[in-house]
Design a protein around this ligand. Structure first.
Ligand SMILES: C[S@@+](CC[C@H](N)C(=O)[O-])C[C@H]1O[C@@H](n2cnc3c(N)ncnc32)[C@H](O)[C@@H]1O
Length: 301
């Protein structure tokens, strides 16, 4: 009896349809209406067969998370000016620029993205991809951020500056760029920064004699970590001294990365000279307290 029932259910199972392959929206609930599947394939987030690539899926989730912060800034500028220009520094493969264009600028029919990237082969690929997809208001510059500073072909006004894990001092260069172009918003996720740690290492013995605070960077691991931390503190003070309101938060969804600090800076319309001067003074005091005077040029106000 039991054997007969199992045979029956086996044949029923054989007649039943195989379970349907999960649709794209099931695989990727974050997918938005109208989002370009071709783009996701080109970025290797989807395979040619339309399956999710688990490694790059993580990248997509991270970029989506960042888009949540940037989308309202783009909308705000577009509401006021009817246009918006975003420059993404250290763009790499331009995941951020492409996804922002596809999700935000393409549906609105306005807004430009400029990707600045030192590696020309990545720039060529991004350029070709933008052409294939018809993303007309995207362009790419094969240059360092410093070179982009003096590029007369770039628009004088850049409204939003982003730098996502731009290496080492490239984040500081992106801040220079944003200040020079009077960016309304800067969205920065700094990478590791070695310069401050180098200066601290150089003056360590003297600092240990001078102040108990030097215990914060006595051990090499602490020198590296504290060097990064103090760099971000100085970046915030510098932005404040230039009249920006600064928010520091965590880039959730970046669990696998130690570098998940997100700095959001908004240029204030009122001049607030008192607050700016206060931040400037604080910046100089911090440089002094931590023996980082050599870096005054880096955090120039
Ligand atoms: C860690 S990758 C991040 C890429 C991209 N932003 C992302 O998150 O996928 C850093 C990129 O910054 C570029 N880069 C480093 N220093 C730069 C500089 N001074 N100017 C322009 N690009 C730079 C590197 O070539 C690299 O592609």
């Amino acid at each position: 009896m039991i054997a007969a029932m199992s045979a029956a259910s086996r044949s029923k199972a054989a007649r039943a349809k195989p379970p349907a392959a999960p649709g794209l929206h099931q695989q990727l609930p974050e997918l938005r209406e109208g989002q370009s599947v071709a783009l996701l394939q080109e970025l290797h987030i989807l395979t040619r067969e339309g399956k999710l690539n688990q490694d790059t899926r993580r990248k997509l989730k991270q970029v989506y998370h960042l888009v949540q912060f940037i989308e309202p800034l783009l909308d705000e500028v577009m509401r006021e000016q009817g246009e918006v220009t975003l420059a993404d520094h250290g763009a790499g493969k331009s995941y951020l620029g492409f996804i922002l264009y596809d999700l935000v600028l393409k549906p609105r029919g306005a807004g430009r993205v400029i990707g600045v990237e030192a590696r020309s082969e990545l720039v060529e690929k991004s350029h070709a991809l933008a052409q294939r997809l018809g993303f007309e208001r995207m362009r790419f510059l094969a240059a360092t951020v410093q070179q982009a500073m003096d590029d007369a072909a770039l628009p004088e006004r850049i409204d939003v500056v982003t730098a996502l894990h731009a290496c080492d001092t490239a984040t500081d260069d992106a801040i220079d760029f944003g200040l020079a172009r009077q960016a309304r918003h800067m969205v920065l996720v700094p990478c590791c920064q070695a310069e401050a740690a180098g200066v601290m290492r150089q003056h360590k013995a003297l600092s240990l004699k001078r102040t108990p605070l030097a215990e914060l960077w006595r051990h090499p691991l602490h020198t590296r970590e504290f060097g990064s931390q103090i760099t971000n503190v100085l970046r915030c003070l510098r932005l404040q001294a230039h009249g920006y309101d600064v928010t520091v938060t965590e880039l959730v969804g970046w669990e696998h990365s130690m570098k998940n600090e997100l700095i959001l800076a908004r240029r204030m319309v009122d001049d607030r000279p008192g607050q700016r001067e206060n931040a400037r003074q604080r910046l100089l005091q911090v440089l002094d307290a931590f023996g980082l005077q050599d870096l005054q040029h880096r955090f120039a106000v």
